[in-house]
Design a protein around this ligand. Structure first.
Ligand SMILES: Cc1cc2nc3c(=O)[nH]c(=O)nc-3n(C[C@H](O)[C@H](O)[C@H](O)COP(=O)(O)OP(=O)(O)OC[C@H]3O[C@@H](n4cnc5c(N)ncnc54)[C@H](O)[C@@H]3O)c2cc1C
Length: 409
């Protein structure tokens, strides 16, 4: 029988930093991860596509979905979370320094991003350069590999935190099968999990689910919890609006280097491979270097669910559609000012890559991130109270760092 100070389920944005901070405190940490240990440059092989109404993309692997992020590092929902009793401001500031988050140098911005910024300013939008956790010395100017897995080690991913945790003595078990929480008298006692077809048990009075917003509900249901779990799923729905702008060469730029902040989301330059496919389907021959894309990402309604049986549903609501339409028109206006023929404007299907909300603070966990079972905590995107409409990794990491500091054991 193995005993640990803490058991962490999932090794992505939340799990990795929690493991590092607790290992630093000298705690005996076990990390259980469903996915495999993979080469970061081949992270694209670990995509898990969930067709739930709106398509949801995540990664199942050691390091989680951070392996394919764009490196965008912005604080989100800090005031909303503070109003629920968690003040993350110090943790956010510490992380910005630790991750060295800042916009990439000017040489990385090509015509697409530069024109986007100029036009957004002309139209009096609030436009900002996107802070990125990317080392410009190691990054390749024309590289498009962020969302396939970084090939140079320039981009931060959870593996950096995890490797530190492991070097400090944390234990990682990957490729685990179903994980079940063991409880007794309203308190957590440990977990049962499957490894290589054999059921194992590990014991601890502190277990933290960091399995992501689609994975955490199953863990909490296994503990016998029900109320509110798996409800209120958001994904930050996005579409990409495309137009043909000769020689704009967004296909040779790092995506999302600037963004326009709108009330319910953002607009940001993004070369989606789906745009070219759309043109081909419409019988329009277009060179990749002539395609300009603007991602329209919105804070969607909390319309989704993850059921006890594991069924994931994420319908588009009338409100989501109305905001997507309104913001897509704004994106189309920018494209037309850039020189796109209005007839060339196309839109991709709705997707979401920021699932969250399924174990929200104030609904499923309290301000200490603890569930109704003593010692069972959550520290991942599931605790976010609403859709941010912008990249959430920094806030998720701050939540996990906050938990690491405040766990008294
Ligand atoms: C293409 C793409 C680009 C993105 N770019 C950005 C960006 O630039 N900036 C940003 O802030 N956000 C970005 N995101 C979103 C960001 O990656 C996620 O919001 C974030 O990783 C969520 O953190 P998490 O800890 O909740 O989940 P994850 O990071 O997904 O970690 C969950 C972990 O739990 C594991 N797991 C799941 N179920 C189980 C189980 N039953 N047992 C054990 N382990 C389990 C998973 O394998 C995974 O390792 C992007 C997402 C995608 C898909």
């Amino acid at each position: 029988m193995e005993k640990f100070d803490v058991i962490i389920i999932g090794s992505g944005a939340g799990g990795s930093i929690l493991a590092k901070e607790l290992a630093r405190k000298g705690k005996n940490v076990l990390i259980l991860e469903k996915g495999s240990t993979i080469n970061e440059a081949e992270a694209f092989k670990a995509y898990d596509f969930v067709f739930a109404g709106v398509d949801i993309w995540r990664i199942i692997a050691v390091g989680g979905t951070t392996l394919v992020s764009f490196g965008n590092t912005v604080p989100v929902l800090v005031d909303e979370i503070k109003s629920l009793g968690l003040d993350l401001r110090d943790k956010i500031n510490d992380l910005i320094k630790e991750l060295k988050a800042k916009p990439l140098p000017e040489k990385f911005r090509g015509k697409g991003t530069r024109r986007f910024i100029e036009i957004a300013k002309e139209l009096k939008y609030n436009v900002y350069l996107m802070p990125k956790s990317i080392d410009p010395e190691k990054c390749i100017v024309h590289c498009k590999h962020c969302t396939a897995g970084c090939i140079t080690g320039a981009k931060w991913s959870a593996l950096k935190e995890l490797n530190t945790a492991l070097s400090l003595g944390a234990k990682l078990v990957d490729e685990v099968g179903k994980v079940k929480i063991i409880t007794s008298g309203g308190k957590v006692k440990g977990v049962k999990y499957i490894k290589n077809g054999v059921e194992k048990e590990a014991y601890s009075s502190v277990v933290v689910s960091c399995a992501g917003a689609l994975g955490t509900p199953e863990i909490l249901f296994s503990a016998g919890l029900e109320e509110g779990i798996g409800e209120n799923l958001f994904v930050d729905i996005f579409v990409t609006v495309g137009g043909i702008v000769e020689n704009i060469e967004l296909n040779r730029e790092i995506d999302m280097q600037a963004y326009v902040k709108l009330e319910n989301g953002i607009l940001t330059p993004f070369y989606s491979v789906f745009l070219r496919q759309r043109y081909i389907c419409k019988g329009i021959s277009v060179r990749p270097k002539d395609i300009m894309g603007i991602m329209v990402k919105i804070a969607d309604t909390l319309s989704g669910t993850v059921s006890k049986e594991g069924k994931i549903s994420k319908p588009l609501t009338a409100k989501d559609i109305a905001i997507l339409e309104e913001y897509s028109e704004k994106a189309a206006e920018i494209l037309e000012i850039m020189g796109a023929n209005p007839k060339s404007i196309i839109i991709t299907h709705p997707r979401g890559v920021h699932p969250g909300g399924t174990a929200a603070i104030g609904k499923v966990v309290d301000k200490n991130l603890e569930t109704k079972i003593e010692g069972l905590y959550v520290a991942d995107a599931s605790v976010l109270p609403k859709a941010p409409g912008a990249p959430p990794i920094l806030t998720i990491m701050a939540i996990a760092k906050h938990l690491a500091k405040n766990l008294n054991f």
